[in-house]
Design a protein around this ligand. Structure first.
Ligand SMILES: [Zn+2]
Length: 146
């Protein structure tokens, strides 16, 4: 997997264009922030950009994230605590939510993901088609100081 944190401005503009989005300065800023954060709510992206000192309003940040999600550049995921977060990796993968740190990270295993999908398809009620599998594992490190 390529290192998203090392993308150049040109890479980002190219990526936006490939997803049918014009590389506006707002989109470049928000996508850069998402590459650094990986998984983030609109609030976290806004804070990352400087909060009240940010060149973008929270509403703009949210709209830009939404348009990138609609274009398939980002994915919107449900979180353990019921809040939604944006994911810079729009493909299917498992997520580890750490109760002790509140962080989310990716866990990849194509074979397991495929096996889960197959298992679910076998028991899915008639008339339903499986679009994707979203699995979040809730974990903690028993040695982590709270
Ligand atoms: Zn992810």
């Amino acid at each position: 997997m390529e290192e998203l944190q090392n993308l150049t401005g040109e890479d980002i503009r190219e990526r936006l264009n490939r997803h049918g989005l014009k590389a506006t300065p707002q989109r470049v800023l928000v996508y850069e922030a998402m590459c650094r954060l990986g998984h983030a709510s609109a609030d976290s992206v806004y804070r990352h950009l400087g909060g009240p000192g940010s060149p973008l309003t929270i509403a703009t940040v949210y709209n830009v994230l939404e348009s990138m999600t609609e274009a398939g550049l980002l994915a919107l995921r449900p979180s353990f605590r019921g809040k939604m977060f944006f994911d810079v990796n729009a493909d299917s993968h498992f997520h580890i939510y750490r109760k002790d740190t509140g962080t989310v990270s990716d866990l990849r295993d194509e074979k397991l993901l495929e096996a889960v999908g197959e298992g679910i398809r076998a028991i899915l009620p008639d008339g339903l088609v499986l679009d994707r599998v979203e699995i979040q594992l809730v974990c903690h490190d028993p040695n982590h100081e709270r």
